[in-house]
Design a protein. Structure first.
Length: 350
């Protein structure tokens, strides 16, 4: 668990605030109904123990809430007597900086994650490996079709005869001219999503079926914390010398845990296309989504549940690669979220 003794105190700063269409009416049982047609904020800054948020502009429309008027309910959230609803939220030039807490197996949710868009994932992953151990620099291409990584279609090009990749019961490997090199060693006998190699009868390497991985069950298993294996010796150093780029098109469907959910939509219109890159000298992994599109979302934290309707955004994310202090920074060029409801307790409450 991270030491938060030096975390900044939570605070909020707003450069300018404008409201219009504000009405307030007393209700029964000491409650007050509040409605605001429009709220405009500029130069917004929020600091919490878990994230820093900034935005050039934030615009909210059709804000409604029921508030307690009793003296003991002094805090803004404590005064809410029902859901806070927002018809539409728009952010421009926003940035969210998160501290990523290293995940231990014992801390992972037993429910795991449901990654429906991976089942229809299409695209290609390219990796340029400097000074590859399996003969000179290597240009690796991994095509993905309908959520399946087929090693028979993977290529490893370099000076001299090309190499091939595959998955055996021992792990994921590269068959190079100087022998077989394992990148990931499997310790589990049952690996969800994996179809292991089937060698040709006469030749040990380079022929037959080299196997495949269905990414959805494989990645869901990893996120659930089930022990599948570990990186082979030298693989971490190889990754540090690798330039990565990928163009990926996920399918529609839910990315969900027991508390959080976002439902992607719009694949047929090219929405949610992912551009992924990293360089050996860069700050880490950079992910770009030019047109994020979701039908709905939900986040549950600290006893509060926030749900939304349709969501669209242009964003990029950068995951810092320093193991001792991983970080995640999300840049949001623009974001539009409709039908927001924030309530205390379960999603059915209020």
């Amino acid at each position: 668990m991270l030491d938060r003794s030096h975390d900044p105190e939570p605070c909020a700063q707003v450069g300018a605030l404008r409201t219009s269409g504000v009405t307030s009416e007393p209700e029964s049982d000491g409650l007050q109904g509040l409605r605001i047609e429009r709220v405009e904020l500029r130069d917004l800054r929020l600091v919490t123990p878990f994230a820093r948020v900034s935005a050039a502009t934030a615009e909210l429309s059709n804000v409604a809430a029921r508030l307690r008027t009793a003296p003991h309910a002094a805090g803004a959230l404590d005064r809410l007597a029902g859901p806070l609803t927002i018809g539409e939220l728009r952010l421009t030039d926003a940035r969210v900086e998160l501290r990523v807490e290293p995940t231990r197996t014992g801390n992972r949710s037993p429910a795991g994650w449901r990654l429906e868009p991976l089942a229809a994932l299409d695209g290609t992953v390219h990796a340029d490996v400097a000074d590859a151990a399996w003969v000179f620099d290597a240009d690796v291409t991994l095509p993905i079709s309908r959520g399946r990584l087929d090693f028979n279609r993977a290529t490893v090009e370099h000076v001299g005869p090309d190499s091939s990749m595959g998955i055996s019961r021992m792990g994921i490997y590269v068959d190079a001219p100087n022998g077989r090199h394992y990148l990931y060693l499997l310790s589990a006998t049952q690996v969800p999503g994996a179809t292991f190699e089937r060698r040709a009868t006469l030749l040990p390497f380079g022929s037959g079926d080299r196997g495949s991985i269905d990414l959805r069950p494989f990645v869901e298993c990893l996120l659930a914390g089930l022990p599948l294996g570990s990186l082979a010796s030298g693989t971490q150093q190889m990754i540090a010398r690798t330039r990565l780029r990928a163009e990926l098109q996920p399918g529609d469907g839910a990315i969900a845990s027991d508390r959080d959910r976002v439902v992607l939509t719009g694949r047929e219109r090219g929405k949610n296309r992912i551009e992924l890159s990293s360089t050996p000298t860069g700050p880490g992994f950079v992910l770009r989504i030019p047109e994020l599109s979701a039908a709905e979302s939900q986040v549950e934290r600290f006893g509060w549940v926030a749900s939304t309707g349709a969501l669209s955004a242009t964003l990029s994310a950068q995951l810092g690669s320093v193991p001792a202090a991983p970080s995640l920074a999300v840049g949001i060029a623009d974001l539009t979220v409709r039908d927001i409801a924030c309530r205390h307790g379960s999603p059915q409450a209020g």
